[in-house]
Design a protein around this ligand. Structure first.
Ligand code: PEP
Ligand code: MN
Length: 341
C-alpha cells in the first residue's frame, strides 16, 4: 500500500500516523521528493482500513499496490534514482558508458584499455576478475591479481571500477571496487543478493538470461530490502530460439521498466549479441530507446582475448561509437518526448 501525503503536512499528524502504522507492525519506507512525500507500507497491510487513512487531513491519496516489489516500485519512489559513483552519476538523464575487457589479463592490458576508453568518453572501467564460465575448463579469471591490476588502472586514470562478484567470500577483496556486478547466472542467488544488500557499494544487477521483468525486479528487491538502495539494472540479452546471436537483446525493457521502477537501466549489447559487428547498431538503438547507459566490452586485441573476444570492440571502433552515442544522447535530450500513460 502507498500513502501519498499532502504538501507541507503537519509534522505532529505525520508522526501520529507513523506511530499508529508501526504499532500495527507495518514498516514504512519514506520517499521525500520535491513535489510529494510518499510512504510505502510494507507488511500485512490487510489489517489497515484504507477509508480511515484516506480520511486523514494530511493524506492526499492511498492506493493498494498489486506488484510484489515495493522498494523498486516507482509508485513508492516516483523520482528516478540517481547513483553517484566517483565523479559520475548514473540515472536521471545522464548517459553512463562503462567499458573494458571481459577479463583482466595483465596490468599493462587493463591500464592501456582504461586510458583508451577514458579518452573516448567512458566514465567507468569494467573488467572481469572472477569469471563465470560455462565450461570449468575455460579461463576462470585472474582473481585477486586482476583486482590489483584494476586498482592500478583506477589510480592511473581515475575511472571507477566495475567488476563481478561471484561469491560472498570474495567481498573482502572488493575494497577498491566502486560498483559490484552481479552476473546473469547469479541473478537469483538470493544469499549473494542479500549479502550485497547489506553493504554500501552500488550493485549492477544483470537480468537472468531467462528471467521475467518481475523476477528481475524481485531480485533488485532482495538487495534493496537489506538496506542498499543503489541498484542498477542491466539487460544483457535473453535466451530465445534464435541461434544467430548469442542472446536476444530485449530493448522493450527500457520503456516498460521505466514506468515500473525508478532504478537506472543499462544495456549490455556485447553479451546480448555475442558479435562485435552488431554492438554499434544495438548500442545506438538502446540510447534511442532511452537507456541510462551502456556496458560495452572493449579489447586491445580481440582475436587473442582470453574470453569473449568475438563480441569485443577494438579501442578505435569504440572511440567512434562512444562519440556517436554521446552526440545522439545530447540530440535526443533536446527532442520532445512522446509519453503514453
Ligand atoms: C560479463 O559481464 O562478462 C558476463 C559474464 O556477463 P553475463 O553475466 O551477462 O553473462
Ligand atoms: Mn564477457
Amino acid at each position: 500500500m502507498i500513502v501519498i501525503l499532502k504538501k507541507n503536512p503537519n509534522p505532529d499528524q505525520v508522526q501520529g500516523l507513523v506511530s499508529w502504522l508501526e504499532g500495527k507492525g507495518i514498516t514504512i519506507h519514506r520517499s521525500v521528493g520535491a513535489n510529494e512525500t510518499v510512504f510505502g507500507l510494507v507488511g500485512d497491510t490487510s489489517v489497515l482500513d484504507i477509508g480511515l487513512i484516506s480520511a486523514l487531513d494530511i493524506v492526499e491519496d492511498v492506493k493498494r499496490v498489486a506488484e510484489p516489489y515495493k522498494e523498486a516500485n516507482r509508485k513508492f519512489h516516483p523520482e528516478d534514482t540517481v547513483i553517484k559513483v566517483g565523479n559520475t552519476q548514473i540515472g536521471g538523464g545522464n548517459l553512463t558508458v562503462i567499458a573494458g575487457p571481459c577479463s583482466v589479463e595483465s596490468e599493462e592490458q587493463i591500464i592501456g584499455i582504461a586510458k583508451a576508453v577514458k579518452a573516448s568518453g567512458a566514465t567507468m572501467l569494467r573488467g572481469g576478475a572472477f569469471k563465470p564460465r560455462t565450461s570449468p575448463y575455460s579461463f576462470q579469471g585472474l582473481g585477486k591479481q586482476a583486482l590489483d591490476y584494476l586498482s592500478a588502472a583506477k589510480r592511473e586514470t581515475g575511472l571507477p571500477i566495475v567488476t563481478e562478484l561471484m561469491d560472498i567470500s570474495q567481498l573482502e577483496l572488493f575494497d577498491d571496487v566502486d560498483v559490484i556486478q552481479i552476473g546473469t547466472r547469479n541473478m537469483q542467488n538470493y544469499d549473494l543478493l542479500k549479502a550485497v544488500g547489506r553493504q554500501e557499494k552500488p550493485v549492477l544487477l544483470k537480468r537472468g538470461m531467462a528471467s521475467t521483468y518481475e523476477e528481475w525486479l524481485m531480485s533488485a528487491e532482495y538487495i534493496m530490502s537489506e538496506g542498499n538502495p543503489n541498484v542498477i539494472l542491466c539487460e544483457r540479452g535473453i535466451r530465445t530460439f534464435e541461434p544467430s546471436t548469442r542472446n536476444t537483446l530485449d530493448l522493450t525493457c527500457i520503456p516498460l521498466l521505466r514506468k515500473q521502477t525508478h532504478l537506472p537501466i543499462l544495456i549490455d549489447p556485447s553479451h546480448a549479441t555475442g558479435k562485435y559487428a552488431l554492438v554499434p547498431a544495438m548500442s545506438m538503438a538502446a540510447v534511442a530507446a532511452g537507456c541510462d547507459g551502456l556496458l560495452i566490452e572493449v579489447h586491445n586485441d580481440p582475436q587473442h582475448a582470453w574470453s569473449d573476444g568475438a563480441q569485443s570492440l577494438r579501442p578505435d571502433k569504440f572511440d567512434t561509437l562512444c562519440r556517436n552515442l554521446l552526440s545522439m544522447h545530447e540530440y535526443l535530450g533536446a527532442m520532445p518526448r512522446i509519453d503514453y500513460e
